[in-house]
Design a protein around this ligand. Structure first.
Ligand code: ATP
Length: 444
């Protein structure tokens, strides 16, 4: 049997939705990395009976319960009492905690109150966990072959206590010698269902490493998780699977682990001393905002023009008025003229442009809400020449309807679903994906 625990977050604020339970997520992530199964997580208010019942129930199913919160000095801090109820045992004074508290209050020149003294009591037979950041000690108490770990609720106090004391205790208790290594493969502009289709055979054949696909706005991550005795062994299990997945998703994998689309774009640009610019209509500066979020981006990002009004497209980007009148603002011709204009005016090596209909109004049958044209004007030509691919879903909410690659320009027509905010944010990710894809092809 795999060792298993349950996590119990205590606090009425959590139940009311006034506070988000980040403690459980933190603990769960660390347990997963250590190969300890979490069978369930719970939230209970500051009520002694219900906390005790939740602990009792959890211990029927799992080896142990980890609680956070409710260890403080106030009347609504009841976790310790509830643990004692659940395990049917009394408390005892933990002298070192009392002394530490007395010293703490003396050092800040305040008198210690009786309710603080209450915090120095722990369930009888506890292994006490010192709280270096606060006053309430945590504790581990064993009962038969079950245990309860209780830690304070304040994340700043709980995290070091968990990492430095509780996790090593749990690993020893469960005799866990395994380590879990996770490699995240980041993809863009390929649908989750397409990824699933391309790698599902690897997926279903494998037990270790395990594979998971996670979809975000316009991008997906493939997670490869290996369990082994050492990091090196886990790495060796991951490497061939990673290679195979990346081969099958070629053209969509932009980075790993801590990489972001923006950071990878800047790395490529800086490696080749290239500078990028943008001309944004429907994305309203979001692409520039993403690109400038990366530290050091001034080396590889010149700037941009938010050409929302047609006049700006004409006066600042040099789009020909008759072209605009003939093709319309949301068209392949206009987006390419915007990109070329930005590249020239801003003296960049590459420029990315967007124009589209973010809605909710302004759609027509030919140009529906969600239609966005993307254009790239680049100093280097892409090797292939392409016209109009088969319509292809790039996510649940976006379909590529047209692509043209010719010389140094690339254009794409994509239809996005969603409300205005979603369309703008999805178009931004898509545009960054397009820029990355071109750079990765021409700037190897
Ligand atoms: P202490 O007495 O050491 O301050 P405590 O054990 O009494 O801690 P609580 O009174 O339950 O903890 O919570 C104190 C604060 O800690 C909360 O107001 C909240 O800001 C934070 N906190 C508590 N539980 C959580 C949780 N599950 N996730 C995130 N923050 C939490």
């Amino acid at each position: 049997m795999m060792p298993s625990v349950e996590i119990l977050a205590v606090g009425t604020e959590l139940l009311l939705g006034q506070l988000i339970d980040t403690n459980t997520a933190f603990i769960a992530q660390h347990l997963a990395e250590s190969g300890i199964d979490v069978h369930a997580t719970h939230i209970v208010g500051d009520n002694q009976k219900r906390i005790a019942a939740a602990i009792r129930d959890a211990l029927e199913r799992s080896d142990g319960v980890i609680t956070t919160g409710g260890l403080g000095p106030t009347v609504d801090d009841l976790t310790k009492e509830a643990v004692c109820d659940a395990l049917e045992r009394g408390t005892e004074l933990h002298e070192p905690s009392l002394h530490a508290m007395q010293e703490f209050f003396a050092s800040i020149g305040r008198e210690m109150r009786e309710n603080n003294r209450k915090q120095a009591y722990v369930p009888r037979g506890s292994h006490v966990l010192h709280n270096l950041q606060g006053t309430a000690p945590g504790f581990i108490v064993e009962s038969g072959n079950r245990f309860v770990v209780s830690m304070p609720g304040v994340p700043r106090e709980m995290k070091p206590m968990f990492v430095e004391h509780v996790l090593p205790w749990l690993k020893k208790h469960f005799n866990v010698h395994e380590t879990i290594l996770t490699r995240v493969i980041h993809t863009v502009n390929v649908a989750e269902s397409e990824i699933d289709y391309r790698i599902s055979d690897i997926f279903s054949a494998l037990e270790n490493p395990k594979i998971a696909v996670l979809a975000y706005e316009g991008r997906c991550d493939v997670k490869v998780m290996a369990k082994a005795a050492t990091q090196e062994e886990a790495q060796a299990l991951i490497a061939p699977i990673q290679r195979e997945i990346e081969r099958r998703l070629e053209g969509h994998v932009f980075g790993h682990d801590g990489d972001t689309l923006e950071s990878v774009i800047h790395t490529l640009l800086q490696k080749h001393r290239w500078r990028a610019a943008v001309a944004e209509s429907c994305t309203g500066g979001r692409i520039a905002a993403a690109l400038t979020a990366v530290p050091g981006s001034s080396k590889s990002f010149v700037g941009g023009i938010i050409a929302y009004d047609n006049d700006i497209k004409i006066t600042e980007l040099g789009v020909a008025p008759d072209l605009l009148a003939r093709a319309g603002a949301v068209s392949e011709e206009t987006v390419l003229a915007m990109a070329e204009g930005a590249r020239t005016v801003l003296r960049a090596d590459i420029a990315l442009a967007t124009t589209g209909i973010a809605g909710p109004d302004g759609g027509t049958p030919e140009k529906p809400v969600g239609l966005v044209w993307f254009g790239l004007s680049s100093a280097v030509h892409q090797a292939e020449v392409k016209n109009s691919p088969e319509p292809q879903a790039v996510s649940q909410v976006a379909v590529e309807k047209w692509e043209r690659i010719q010389g140094g320009s690339v254009s794409r027509r994509v239809e996005f679903r969603g409300d205005r905010t979603a369309i703008q944010s999805r178009a931004t990710t898509y545009a960054l994906g397009l820029l990355w894809n071109h750079l990765a092809r021409v700037l190897r």
